[in-house]
Unconditional design. Sequence first.
Length: 106
Amino acid sequence: MATYSELYAVSGNSTLPTLEKQIMVALMIKANAIAKLASPTAPQKEFARTALGDPSIYRQTVMNYILAEYNTATVATPPARLRRECSPSRVCLATSLSATSSGGCK
């Protein structure tokens, strides 16, 4: 499985720092999952449309969420929860953003 950084590089832009690349790919994956819902709400449809069209719109919001949520963590040893949420095999980074901007998601 490709890493988020590798997936982002495929888009032709590899100038962002690694975490920001991971955030962008997580946003695209989350937006795609929301777009595939059987009955998405209007806010979910809007989030999916805008995030798939230009995920950079939400990049700083997700970065701010990460910094606020993990303000007590050290850079050298992130908490297990953060390691799990940043794993390329999971799409959890944007969960809080999606729940807020899209009227909730699971």
